[in-house]
Design a binder for this molecule. Structure first.
Ligand code: SF4
Length: 314
């Protein structure tokens, strides 16, 4: 940029950096009846830490599932990222850089195609890195900036970090909220998500979600992963219905995606149908989310950079 003075250029390069994340690996798999593959992408950050992201194609959208942290400190026992431990938060620039990198891959395959939706469901708990996540969303959704995506096309998925749910509600942002519940009793939730559930008890979480929906007028998506013999009984469904009836929400049932050396098992489809049926009969809006990318370990709970996984001997 020779139109700038040498002195200013020196100052700019000492203060800022323009670095893209480096593509290290890319794996793909084809889902039934979908002509575009699900892709898992390994990216290297400027300090050599690695993150994984996933591109999920469907007939009318291209969703980028992105990471907000390297690893995760919350150690949910069913999750491969939790097994990695926590390295650090991503900066706002690294989060936007991750999405730019994914978008470049999408448009390189077919000109004119782009990322249409973003979900913060990759590695890490976004609400333990809220400043950077919200700054990135602001950049990505600002008119006349490069990306300019509606905030309604962006979802933050949290385990239920109550103060940050309140912060999002008051922020005026139109970003959608998903909460990983996985159990509707305090005791069971503590066994599945010990750190998060103890710090943010179910009763207070329910209250904060009622306040969130009252303030924003937007529903919350309750994500419930069915685990065989653990949270899949009729009683579990009844408890979930009781919890979910107190605020505006839809429930997303997801299957457990197996991870090597972890004891949990997915439910049979008949159990899932019974569970869903009970929730529907209770007047709730329920969908079953299809898992994408299980064969390349790209589905929910399966993300973990291989180098760290090997270190932890998973
Ligand atoms: S499920 Fe989410 S919060 Fe729990 S360890 Fe995995 S990434 Fe962290």
């Amino acid at each position: 940029m020779t139109i700038l003075s040498r002195e200013l250029r020196k100052k700019l390069s000492a203060t800022f950096s323009i670095r893209s994340l480096q593509l290290i690996d890319r794996q793909e798999c084809f889902e039934d009846a979908c002509e575009n593959p699900t892709e898992k992408i390994l990216l290297k950050l400027p300090d050599d830490e690695m993150i994984e992201s996933v591109l999920i194609a469907s007939s009318d959208r291209m969703t980028a599932c992105v990471s907000s942290q390297v690893g995760c400190p919350l150690q949910c026992p069913f999750c491969a990222t939790g097994k990695m431990g926590f390295q650090r938060n991503l900066s706002a620039g690294e989060i936007t850089g991750q999405i730019y990198a994914l978008n470049d891959m999408v448009s390189a395959k077919k000109s004119g195609n782009k990322v249409t939706n973003i979900v913060f469901m990759g590695m890490g708990e976004p609400f333990l890195n809220t400043d950077n996540v919200l700054e990135a969303i602001d950049t990505l959704s600002t008119k006349n900036y490069r990306f300019c995506l509606s905030q309604k096309k962006i979802t933050i998925s949290t385990v239920g970090v109550i103060p940050e749910i309140q912060r999002l509600a008051k922020s005026g942002m139109k970003t959608k909220l998903a909460v990983s519940l996985h159990a509707a009793t305090q005791q069971k939730r503590e066994s599945l998500m010990p750190i998060a559930a103890r710090q943010y008890p179910l009763k207070e979480l329910g209250k904060s979600l009622s306040e969130y929906t009252a303030l924003t007028g937007m529903p919350v998506t309750i994500v419930y992963m069915l685990l065989k013999g653990i949270n899949d009984s009729l009683d579990d469904a009844k408890m979930l219905a009781r919890f979910a009836r107190t605020f505006l929400c839809k429930i997303n049932l997801i299957d457990y995606n197996s991870i090597i050396n972890i004891k949990f098992k997915p439910v049979y489809s008949t159990t899932r149908d019974m569970f869903q049926q009970h929730l529907l009969m209770s007047g709730l809006h329920v969908t079953v989310r299809k898992s994408y990318g299980t064969t390349i370990n790209a589905a929910c709970g399966q993300l973990a950079t291989t180098a760290t996984m090997n270190c932890n001997n998973l």
